[in-house]
Design a protein around this ligand. Structure first.
Ligand code: KIV
Length: 257
């Protein structure tokens, strides 16, 4: 039987890969039919907990949310972000990744970084941990969200990092805010799928934070497109409930024991 990871890899150049984040079961269950990959992103730090950066997200938080998400996924590949400071050294990274995979039953983990993290990534892959890479803007190490790959130095570094991640055996790479032409060059250069966020249609797939596209956050990021206004729907339901409680319409005998 073809593994879920092989299936994702085989989509390169055949069909665009659809990825979204989820932080809980009900949401994962709702989007699973439409996604190839569901990421439990450490973006949950800012999205759910109002943290200023993803650096405050802990391994325990990721495990708790991922356990919930697991209950909602039937088909998509489930990837969990390894949070900041949990993969600084090969042995520490391996213990933490093993813990995440064992407790959440996810299919793989995502790690930010290229050359600086390559020793750790190689160690993880040698120990059969499926890794999704993440290059370009690295939210765990930067506060500035700006396009990456405009200077020759940045361009060469990004190409080098993509190559070394591919050679190390990662199954795909998220490219965050990478300049369009460079994203195309990298996508043509490597054999594993590139998943873009703010990196143009030249990537093999796209990922966005679900809460952003549903209008649940006030994200001002250039790459965010709002596909629905869920805040409005929630407010509509709450307002109707309020009206019925105040007017004693709810609960009627039908909704009472
Ligand atoms: O944390 C996250 O949600 C992410 C994606 C948006 C790429 O890393």
């Amino acid at each position: 039987m073809i593994s879920k990871i092989s299936k994702i890899k085989s989509l390169k150049r055949r069909s665009k890969i659809v990825c979204l984040t989820a932080y809980s079961k009900n949401i994962a269950q709702t989007i699973d039919k439409y996604t190839d990959i569901i990421l439990v992103g450490d973006s949950l730090g800012s999205t759910l907990y109002n943290f200023k950066s993803t650096r405050s997200v802990t391994l325990e938080m990721m495990i708790r949310h991922s356990k919930s998400v697991r209950q909602g996924i039937a088909d998509s590949l489930m990837v969990v972000d390894m949070p900041y400071n949990t993969y600084n050294k090969p042995s520490q990274a391996l213990n933490n990744c093993k813990k995440v995979i064992k407790l959440t039953k996810c299919d793989g983990v995502k790690i930010e970084g290229g050359l600086k993290k390559i020793k750790i990534i190689k160690h993880l892959i040698k120990n059969k941990i499926p890794i999704m890479g993440h290059l370009g803007i690295l939210p765990q190490s930067t506060k500035k969200f700006k396009s990456k790959g405009k200077s020759i130095k940045e361009r060469n570094e990004l190409i080098r990092d993509c190559k070394i991640l591919e050679d190390a055996g990662v199954f795909s790479i998220v490219l965050e805010c990478v300049e369009s032409k460079l994203a195309r060059h990298i996508t043509n250069l490597i054999k594993i799928p590139t998943i873009g966020i703010g990196s143009s249609n030249n990537c093999d797939g796209q990922i966005l934070v679900l809460d952003d596209i549903l209008g649940l956050t006030e994200s001002k990021m250039k790459f965010v497109k709002k596909y629905a206004n869920v805040k409005k729907i929630i407010a509509f339901g709450a307002k109707k409930f309020k009206k019925e409680v105040k007017s004693r319409k709810y609960p009627s005998q039908k909704h009472s024991y």
